[in-house]
Design a protein around this ligand. Structure first.
Ligand code: C5P
Length: 235
């Protein structure tokens, strides 16, 4: 397989075409952003760590019967994925109150939720990814009832697998964001990445942040923390 032209450059990844129209080439970048790109820094080593963590997690999900767009890791910073049309939704699953949930609803960070909740945000940079509900999704034509039900079901199955996986290595999966795509045949497929950039991960004992909040909240160095997550997952 050969890498071809640049298709899209995001905040943390570049997406290239390949000589196979069904396969895309992803390159993870050494870039950290916050506040919807207003704050931006080069963090050497972050791309490689997120590529490795995402590859490992997508493989573990596959082993548990949850398909994703991931095909294989190509290098330290690159992976091949199935070409899908991304559904413009950020699907957030929360197990423990934190971040925007705590702020908006005034629930103390760390409060365990009675059950995992699924939230939808409209993936639209110009609008700052607003919080939306299922009616909004349907009225905007982003997904129909069947697709929404499938997305919720998959998001919660991912939660079961990943919560256990992280728990086994002493990490609480507080919340995370998923994205989904549609294949040529119209099938909904888990896509994008799952990494400390897109998850809140707390050490079970110390409650230390092992995720991008270290950058967002200026709590220290990002790379050693991401490395710690990878090291634990590889055990
Ligand atoms: O900020 P908020 O509390 O809504 O984030 C919930 C989860 O979704 C966090 O794990 C965060 O890392 C992730 N997220 C993301 N990309 C965004 C917004 C949130 O990965 N654009």
């Amino acid at each position: 397989m050969k890498k071809a032209g640049l298709l899209y450059e995001g905040k943390a990844k570049k997406l290239f075409k390949t000589d196979d129209e069904d396969v895309l080439w992803v390159e993870y970048l050494d870039q950290a952003t916050a506040l919807n790109g207003l704050r931006k820094d080069i963090v050497v080593g972050k791309g490689a760590l997120n590529n490795q963590i995402t590859s490992l997690l997508f493989q573990k999900l596959k082993d548990e019967g949850i398909e994703s767009h991931f095909i294989e890791k190509l290098s330290e910073t690159e992976q091949s994925v199935k070409s899908v049309k991304i559904v413009p939704l950020e699907v957030v699953v929360r197990n423990i109150a934190a971040g925007s949930f705590s702020k908006r609803l005034s629930v103390e960070e760390g409060t365990e939720l009675a059950f995992p909740i699924v939230e939808f945000y409209y993936k639209e940079d110009q609008l700052d990814d607003p919080f939306i509900n299922e009616d909004h999704i349907k009225v905007l034509g982003l997904a129909d009832d069947t697709d929404i039900a499938e997305i919720k079901k998959l998001a919660l199955r991912v939660n079961q697998v990943l919560s256990k996986l992280f728990d086994d290595v002493g990490i609480q999966l507080v919340d995370y964001k998923l994205e989904f795509g549609r294949t040529k045949e119209g099938k909904i497929l888990l896509a994008d990445e799952i990494s400390p950039d897109t998850c809140r991960l707390w050490d079970k004992e110390t409650k230390a942040h092992l995720d991008k909040d270290v950058y967002r909240r200026d709590l220290g160095e990002l790379v050693p923390v991401y490395q710690e997550v990878l090291t634990r997952l590889k055990k």
